[in-house]
Design a protein around this ligand. Structure first.
Ligand SMILES: [Zn+2]
Length: 239
């Protein structure tokens, strides 16, 4: 295969890889807002679930406290019923002290139950706010995604077509040349080719010897840039 033809394949391959790089970059940055909105919606959903779980816990806690209160009240009624039948003063005093502490226990339980109720009110409000925030976050995500959806689809199609034509080009190249290109590209930010504009390497902006430029421009040599090691081509080969 003529060197000139190989240089022109390299030029083409370099263009395709630059384009692929740009498209892949765009694919990452374009849906950034939608991705952020999605992650915010996920956070909101986690917050909502946590509040729901907390609310459930409080419900159980309050049911438990109410049950204990009922039991203690039942006990108090028994003590009080006994008090009517007691004659001895000492026995009576002991019983009264029992009743006193029983009442205190009930009052403590009721206070705790009230605290739980207040906490429940707060959680209920927090949960309502979290549900609103979640709905808003989901709406925002839908909006942001719908803004970029068609562009993203077009981008995927463009990438697929470009990847296919790159594949075809690489198959038409000499395997050793393609391998050399790939090796350089893997070490040079995905670009294994540099275009010379006059004597300046457009990839690293350094000046190559005029002799090298002339030979590349005439399509005589396959050479690397002495500075960035990329394979050198020119836009108008053999002009
Ligand atoms: Zn260079």
């Amino acid at each position: 295969m003529m060197i000139r033809e190989q240089l022109s394949q390299l030029l083409d391959l370099g263009k395709k890889d630059r384009q692929l790089k740009e498209l892949r970059e765009k694919q990452k940055t374009l849906p950034q807002k939608a991705n952020e909105a999605k992650s915010a919606a996920l956070d909101a959903s986690v917050r909502e679930s946590n509040l729901k779980a907390h609310s459930k816990e409080l419900e159980l806690k309050r049911a438990q406290l109410d049950l204990e209160t009922q039991t203690e009240k039942g006990n108090l009624r028994k003590w009080e019923a006994r008090a009517d039948k007691i004659k001895g003063e000492r026995e009576y005093t002991t019983l009264m002290s029992e009743i006193g502490s029983q009442k205190k226990a009930i009052s403590d339980l009721e206070t705790r139950s009230l605290q739980v109720m207040q906490e429940q009110d707060k959680i209920k409000k927090d949960l309502e706010a979290a549900q609103k925030a979640l709905a808003a976050a989901n709406t925002l995500y839908q909006e942001e995604w719908s803004k970029v959806e068609s562009d993203m689809n077009a981008l995927s199609a463009e990438l697929a077509a470009l990847e296919q034509s790159r594949g075809e080009l690489s198959k038409s190249m000499q395997p050793s040349l393609f391998k050399r290109y790939e090796q350089i590209a893997s070490k040079r930010a995905g670009l294994g080719v540099a275009v010379l504009s006059k004597e300046i390497c457009q990839a690293c902006k350094r000046t190559v010897p005029p002799e090298l430029y002339n030979r590349v421009a005439k399509g005589e040599v396959l050479e690397s840039c002495p500075f960035c090691q990329r394979l050198l081509v020119t836009e108008n080969l053999g002009a």
